[in-house]
Design a binder for this molecule. Structure first.
Ligand SMILES: *Cc1c(COP(=O)(O)O)cnc(C)c1O
Length: 460
């Protein structure tokens, strides 16, 4: 049975159920599996014919084993990926000779976060039901995560879900994707403040949960191990369809908190032959600077046309550094301590030397718009701004292998960038065409923690 340890080495190890219900480790680190399963080329070749849900079972079972029976887990995965509105779940589309898109936006909320949150909601509900507990999911969102979390948890009869978004500062499509979910256990709070205020409120509430009178708060942010685990699968899925294990494939990932990219790193450690990993950022380019310059830096946030990639610190990058450094927790603890104290730290050479397959690039808003325009003219394909950033960086880092660009969101979610590129706003998919007419429900609350916590206490 898999155990999970902290990247900073000073917390007790946990089993799968433990990491499922837990956010950060008590020592401030992130949980990672103590060891990784790996697949031989022969095993990989056999996996090439599996459906998405069947492949998810093969790839993730070693992490879940012991938590639930294998046949029940298989059924849960089938149910999870049946929520996607494309028979291939994550279809590949050729953009030109060597560039491919992996369309990750066919889930209920039209962005890649559904891959993980649809599974996480089901696993959480199961774990809580077995313990005879109800859980309170609390999260802050500037857009994508909130709707994906709500869709993932709404059917969980052990869960109440509270999502805070900054009042009048998310797009109408994004707000409606959250507020038109009318299930009794879903509570949308429009906070009279900005996204940082929302985050601060969630953080403070996790720090002191006494206002809940004994019920447990659960985090569904992207440091949750089960989210990372679910995302390993589609790297195998794309690689196998493009000729792995006989042929290596490259991946380009539009990145923010780095959960997506770290999952790709794990896929390669588990036996998938990968030529290059390319990390793409917008002008919030701390990751790009870390990879090119070997330093961690904190910079002020600048809003962009790709809001789901606006980030100051990429939490999951710590997991990559830990892995590249040979699972050396002492090294990571020192590094992160210096970073916390000074806002800056040099990544040890031994870690940077292990990152030779890693490339990166940063893209401005103007370049994002230009990329959407150019690929539309060449192929008729409308890229969402996050995907466009990936494609642009991928163009500059092509080697001899096929390059898979992760298409992380549907362009209908981000009309501003599409319109800026001179195109008509993309239509919502058929199953969502009435989104603008659906009934909404949400509560506007002042930026005051006592009021928000009272609201939670009254509704759980
Ligand atoms: C969350 C998100 C990203 C960034 O993913 P990370 O795992 O945080 O790096 C990129 N694109 C879209 C559309 C997203 O919603």
């Amino acid at each position: 049975m898999m155990r999970y340890v902290s990247t900073r080495g000073q917390s007790e190890s946990l089993d799968f159920e433990g990491v499922l219900l837990r956010g950060l480790a008590p020592d401030g680190g992130l949980y990672v599996p103590e060891s990784l399963p790996s697949f031989t080329p022969e095993q990989l070749a056999d996996m090439a014919k599996l459906s998405y849900a069947e492949l998810a079972l093969e790839v993730t079972w070693p992490f879940v084993e012991g938590f639930m029976p294998r046949d029940e887990y298989a059924a849960l995965l089938r149910e999870t990926y049946a929520e996607f509105h494309h028979p291939a779940v994550a279809p590949l589309k050729q953009l030109d000779g060597q560039l491919w898109l992996l369309e990750q936006f066919h889930g209920p909320t039209l962005a890649f976060k559904d891959f993980a949150l649809q599974l996480l909601g089901r696993l959480l509900n199961l774990a809580l039901a077995r313990k005879g507990q109800r859980g309170v999911v609390m999260g802050a969102t500037s857009g994508d995560t909130g709707s994906a979390a709500i869709e993932g948890c709404r059917h969980g009869n052990q869960l109440d879900v509270f999502i805070l978004h900054p009042h009048e500062r998310v797009s109408e499509v994004q707000r409606r994707q959250m507020t038109t979910v009318l299930d009794d256990n879903v509570f949308n709070i429009a906070l009279q403040g900005d996204f940082d205020d929302c985050q601060a409120m969630v953080k403070a509430s996790f720090g002191d949960q006494s206002f809940l009178g004994g019920r447990q708060l659960i985090a569904v942010n992207s440091i949750n191990w089960a989210r990372v685990m679910a995302q390993i699968v589609y790297f195998f899925y794309a690689g196998l369809r493009l000729g792995a294990p006989a042929r290596a494939v490259s991946f380009c990932v539009p990145s923010a908190n780095f959960g997506h990219m770290f999952a790709g790193h794990l896929a390669s450690k588990m036996g998938l032959p990968v030529d290059r990993f390319v990390v793409a950022t917008n002008h919030n380019d701390a990751l790009d600077r870390s990879i090119k310059g070997g330093v961690l830096e904190r910079q002020p946030l600048k809003p962009s046309l790709s809001p789901s990639m606006d980030i100051v610190v990429s939490s999951n990058f710590e997991r990559l550094l830990y892995s590249l450094g040979g699972d050396n927790a002492d090294l990571i603890r020192d590094l992160m301590q210096t970073f916390a104290e000074t806002g800056e730290a040099k990544i040890p050479d031994q870690i940077m030397q292990a990152a030779t397959h890693l490339y990166s690039g940063a893209v401005s808003d103007d370049e994002t718009v230009d990329t959407i325009k150019r690929w539309y003219a060449q192929t008729g394909e409308v890229l969402d701004p996050h995907t466009a950033i990936g494609v642009r960086v991928a163009e500059h880092h092509q080697g001899d292998s096929p390059m898979v660009c992760m298409a992380t969101a549907h362009p209908a979610k981000f009309a501003d960038a599409v319109v800026a590129a001179g195109l008509e706003p993309s239509a919502l998919p058929v199953n969502m065409q009435d989104l603008m007419q659906r009934e909404e429900r949400y509560q506007v609350l002042p930026n005051d923690i006592a009021t928000v916590q009272q609201y939670l206490a009254d509704h759980t």
